[in-house]
Design a protein. Structure first.
Length: 105
């Protein structure tokens, strides 16, 4: 790790990247969204099962899933009339697990 010394040049993160990261971390700021993400690890789950498991209304779950989908944290697959949600990729699971490690450290 470098230590700041006189004359050192620091480079700030680009504004767009900092905004994008801020939006991503906002998705992790709501306990309901965290619970939904945890439920979806390694599974495809329909809204009804998420709703009943978490004791949330279907509309509340749908609203949270929409936000998570917009940030590319979850995706869904259709099977007939049913939609099944899962984590968008392994990075989401990694983020959750690193955060869990951090808080238990």
């Amino acid at each position: 790790m470098e230590r700041c010394v006189e004359g050192a040049t620091l480079v700030a993160m680009e504004e767009e990247e900092s905004r994008d990261l801020s939006l991503l971390f906002k998705m992790f700021s709501d306990p309901s969204r965290i619970k939904i993400l945890a439920l979806l690890e390694g599974k495809e789950v329909c809204v009804n099962h998420i709703s009943s498991t978490l004791g949330m209304s279907i509309s509340a779950v749908s609203q949270q899933l929409r936000l998570l989908r917009n940030q590319k944290l979850v995706r869904y697959v259709k099977d007939g009339k049913q939609s099944f949600y899962t984590l968008d990729d392994d990075h989401v699971s990694t983020l959750l697990n690193v955060a869990r490690e951090h808080i238990s450290h």
